[in-house]
Design a protein around this ligand. Sequence first.
Ligand code: ATP
Length: 238
Amino acid sequence: MTLLRAENVEARHGLLPAVRGISFGIAEGEVLALIGANGAGKTTLLRTLAGAHPLTNGQITYDGSDLAGIPAHQRVRRGIAYVPEGRRLFPELTVEENLLVAGRRAQPGPWHLESVLAAFPALGPLRDRPAAKLSGGQQQATAIARALMTNPRLLMIDEVSLGLSPKAVEEVYACMTVLRDSGATVVLVEQDLGRALSTSDRVVCLLEGRIVLDADTEGLSREEVVTAYFGFHQARRS
Ligand code: ATP
C-alpha cells in the first residue's frame, strides 16, 4: 500500500525553486534513501512533506488524505515524524526527558520509553545524561529514538550520518537495522552512497530540485547512482 504520495510537488525559498515538480510514492514498510549533492533539495523536500516548509504547488497525499493545510504538529499526530539535520534535542534535558517530551504527542503503538530503550541499548546507560553532554552519535541515536516515541507510520531522517565519527555511524546504523526489522516506513537522507544503498529498498536521487533517478536498490549499480548524482545524464528506472 502506498503510504505517502507526492504529485508534482514544488517548494521555494523566496523566488528560488528548490523542489521542482517532484512525484513519487512511499510504500508502507519501505526504506527509501533520498540522495543528491549539496543543494539538490533533499532537506526542503522532507520539510515540505513534514509540513515545516510551505508547499508552493502540487499535492501530498498520506494514508489516502490530502495533507494541504495540515500543520506540522498535526502531521506528527497522524504518524509523520521528522528528524531534522542538526538533531534539535533539548540540550538541558536528559535523554529520558527528551524521549518523554516526544511521547506526550504519541499515537498508540508499540513504542514507549522502555521499548525504545530496549531497542537502542546504547541509550540505556545514558538516560540520565543531559543531551548537551552526549557525543554526536549518541545525539543522533537519541533524536531517532525520540521520533520513534511518537509511534510514527512514516519516519523521515535528514542527514543520518553527517558529522559523525566512524564508530558513531556504526552505532546509528545499528539503530537503523532495528527500525528496518520493526517494519517501519523510513525515508533517510544519507550522503554516504554506500550506506544509502546498503540500507534502503529504493533510492531516489535529486539533482537541482528534480528527481533524476527513482529505482529499486536491488540490481542498481553504483555507476548508475553516481551518474544520476552528478548529473552526467538523466536516468530513471522502475
Ligand atoms: P544539503 O545536502 O546541502 O543540505 P539539500 O539537498 O538538503 O542540500 P536544500 O537544503 O533543500 O538541499 O537546498 C535546496 C536549495 O535551496 C539550495 O539551492 C539552497 O541554497 C536553497 N536553500 C536552502 N535553504 C534555504 C534558505 N533558508 N533560504 C534560501 N535558500 C535556501
